[in-house]
Design a protein. Structure first.
Length: 284
């Protein structure tokens, strides 16, 4: 609402975060998907679309993306920042999962790269690192846009819950957030590994999946001829579920894809879920 006018073009990853697609549709934007590969958004494809579409903004989740769990490496981040500097579009960098890294070294924020520093909005959330029910987020942006966002937010909801903000502030003052995140990382790493270990026996032969270095999700591709949306009904009858990948695509979906989350259940529960999933796929 602060940045877009109806008809403005917003570029998004394909597949990308479903709720963001809904927000841009509500704002009247024209959403154009940018092709991705196992390394995330493809800079060469982005450059072609920027030249053709003249976008107002690019929205992306470059670290442990929702839904795929993919992470954009530093050279690709620099390429994105340089394109924004050269062509003048905004970057909306959504980073709710960046603290949840289990392997490897952290990548820099796009917002921290000099080329894009004056045209990047960085979004974050406490709900993934402090408490799931604490629906508090934060925004870092250039001063003029930040002020516009404050005004728009006040018109939409008056203000965020004072009690929730006070609780978070008290926790940040009195507790060790880094230690808490360390506990979360250890638990989630164990759960991710349990899911990855069990996938070969649970999924149909010929399936593929990635190995995310952090975050909450991984991305599965079923063999040709499988439809994850259709198969979900069979899975639910076996008391297990996943999220079909089709709704995450801005235009033409890949029906074979699905998102799996590994953060809610312990390894034993994940093992049982995978056994149920294997039975569902063998029936389907």
């Amino acid at each position: 609402a602060a940045l877009l006018e109806p008809g403005d073009v917003v570029l998004v990853e394909d597949p990308g975060y479903l709720a963001a697609l809904q927000c841009f549709a509500f704002a009247g934007a024209r959403v154009v998907p940018v092709p991705t590969d196992d390394g995330g958004l493809i800079p060469e494809a982005l450059a072609e679309l920027v030249a053709r579409e003249r976008p107002k903004a690019l929205y992306l989740v470059p670290t442990f993306q929702n839904p795929t769990g993919r992470t954009l490496d530093t050279p690709r981040r620099r390429a994105v920042a340089e394109l924004a500097e050269r062509h003048g579009f905004w970057i909306i960098e959504d980073d709710p999962y960046g603290e949840l890294r289990y392997d490897g070294a952290a990548e820099p924020w796009i917002a921290g790269l000099p080329a894009a520093a004056d045209r990047t909005v960085l979004l974050g959330s406490f709900s993934k690192i402090l408490a799931p029910g604490l629906r508090l987020g934060f925004l870092r942006a250039p001063a003029a846009l930040r002020r516009a966002c404050v005004i728009v937010k006040q018109s939409a909801d008056l203000h965020t819950s004072t009690i929730d903000q006070a609780a978070a502030a008290r926790y940040l003052r009195d507790a060790d957030l880094d230690a808490h995140i360390g506990l979360i990382r250890a638990a989630y790493r164990e759960r991710r590994d349990a899911l990855l270990t069990g996938l070969p026996k649970a999924l149909p032969a010929g399936s593929s999946w990635n190995h995310p270095a952090g975050g909450m999700f991984l991305w599965v591709g079923l063999p040709d001829g499988h439809d994850a949306t259709t198969l979900l009904a069979t899975a639910v009858r076996h008391d297990v579920a996943y999220v079909p990948g089709a709704p995450f695509y801005a235009t033409t979906p890949d029906p074979r894809t699905l998102r799996m989350s590994f953060t809610t259940h312990n390894p034993e529960e994940i093992g049982e879920g995978l056994r149920r999933l294997a039975n569902a796929f063998s029936e389907g």
